[in-house]
Design a protein around this ligand. Structure first.
Ligand code: 5AD
Ligand code: SF4
Length: 422
């Protein structure tokens, strides 16, 4: 969602005749679009601001803006602590960026605009970072209030975008050559409940899959408590809906799941993954795990590890619990020392890496359709399998970027595959 917001900001700036400058030290305008999910984002922001202060001393006309969830969370404090910051804006004020910049250029006062200006998503106004794939938000905000999570406080309550608007925009994007769409929402599975004419996520997904020319559809994130049988059926029946479900487990301990306010048990989660694997051919399941939640004891951690070993996720994103002021769990007693959390975290990462490696090794010698996305960090072409596994190609024909090609897997690493074009 944050990436999509950046694409919206870029669009609005281009309309104002700003052009992207890759060397940040040469920019006339710097916008930092922040995340707030973990505390680390705040420290990162402060680090960036410290550096940009020096740029402003050299170029007094430079405008420095801070937006997004951390900006919204810290509000005026940013301008108070960093008076050289020109504009602070929240996730609900993106469409006002041009007028804020204009105002800041006209009078010499910093602006803090974090009020909820209402629902202002215009799906036509964003700068596509790729010519062949795009995100499309389908809902904004979240009603779940998982006890550790800051998102409902900064993004607000869940609002679904009307199906006609979603479909019309995807059709338009497909006409421009977009092959892959990722539908995004904090919890896509609860999409549509708030609409005048309610519709389910599986219904909108099915309608998106009927758009001709759209080759690949992805979506994230699915809350396990809301993932329906109908959704599994739709994914299993439609060829252009990719067989990948990101299904955050968060913890494998029923005690911790309850404290997290997740509304499912480990047993229900296990059944759900079995159902997915039974019905959807070659479906990958990835997850998010939090280690060291307040109240977690070693036996709870080993329940999580047990789930990791039972379910054998294709990949897992693992986090050490980060206390977010204002959330319910910020008041919970947290007895586990950070050093223990770090050791358990490493143990979990090692187990998961071994599983991911084994899963990747099982793909060696097989052929897959790959959408080539661009040059990867290893100077090779990077693409994704249908199940979202990353693959690197020892092949340097840039013409292939944005194309669907056949690839044979020749080698496996924990985090990616290596393959050759066939
Ligand atoms: N601490 C650690 N991880 C968190 N996440 C969300 N809030 C926190 C927090 N306070 C993780 C969850 C979520 C992912 C996007 O970030 O695992 O699924
Ligand atoms: Fe946060 Fe839970 Fe909503 Fe996800 S579902 S955004 S973890 S409150």
């Amino acid at each position: 969602m944050n990436e999509f917001d950046s694409e919206r900001i870029e669009f609005l700036l281009e309309e104002m005749d700003y052009r992207k400058e890759d060397d940040v030290s040469k920019a006339d305008l710097i916008i930092i679009n922040t995340c707030a999910v973990r505390e680390k984002a705040k420290n990162k922001l402060y680090g960036h601001l410290g550096r940009y202060k020096g740029y402003k001393e050299k170029n007094p006309d430079l405008l420095i803006c801070v937006g997004g969830c951390t900006a919204q969370n810290l509000k005026e404090k940013i301008i108070k602590d960093f008076p050289f910051v020109d504009i602070v804006f929240g996730t609900h004020n993106i469409s006002s960026i041009p007028s804020m910049i204009q105002k800041r250029l006209n009078d010499n006062k910093s602006i803090c605009s974090i009020l909820d200006e209402g629902f202002d998503y215009d799906l036509k106004k964003f700068k596509k970072n790729y010519s062949f794939k795009s995100y499309i938000p389908i809902s904004i905000g979240c009603n779940n209030f998982c006890s550790y999570c800051i998102v409902p406080f900064v993004r607000g309550k869940e609002i679904s975008i009307r199906p006609e608007v979603i479909l019309e925009n995807i059709e338009r994007l497909v006409e421009t050559g977009i092959l892959e769409i990722t539908l995004v929402g904090q919890n896509v599975n609860s999409y549509g409940k708030d609409l005048d004419k309610p519709i389910t996520f599986s219904e909108i997904l099915e309608r998106v899959s009927e758009i001709s020319g759209l080759k690949r559809i992805r979506f994230m994130t699915s809350h396990p408590k809301d993932l329906s049988k109908e959704l599994i059926n739709v994914i299993s029946q439609k060829e252009n809906i990719m067989p990948h479900i990101h299904l955050p487990l968060q913890s494998g301990s029923n005690k911790i799941l309850k404290l997290m306010n997740r509304h499912y048990t480990r047993e229900a989660f296990l059944l759900l993954t079995e159902e997915i694997r039974k019905k959807i051919k070659k479906c990958s399941i990835t997850t998010d795990i939090i280690v060291g939640f307040p109240g977690e004891e070693e036996k709870d951690f080993y329940d999580t590890l047990d789930m990791i070993e039972k379910i054998r996720f294709d990949r897992a994103f693992t986090f050490i619990y980060s206390k977010r002021e204002g959330t319910k769990s910020a008041d919970f007693k947290d007895n586990m020392p950070l050093s223990v959390k770090k050791a358990l975290f490493t143990e979990l990462v090692n187990v998961q890496n071994k599983i991911s490696m084994e899963k990747n090794q099982s793909k060696i010698g097989c052929k897959y359709k790959v959408l080539l996305e661009g040059n990867g960090p290893r100077c090779e072409l990077e693409g994704r399998l249908e199940d979202n596994t990353l693959v690197n190609l020892k092949y340097d024909d840039d013409e292939l970027i944005g194309k669907l090609i056949d690839v044979e897997i020749t080698e496996a690493k924990s985090f990616y595959l290596i393959g050759k074009k066939v």
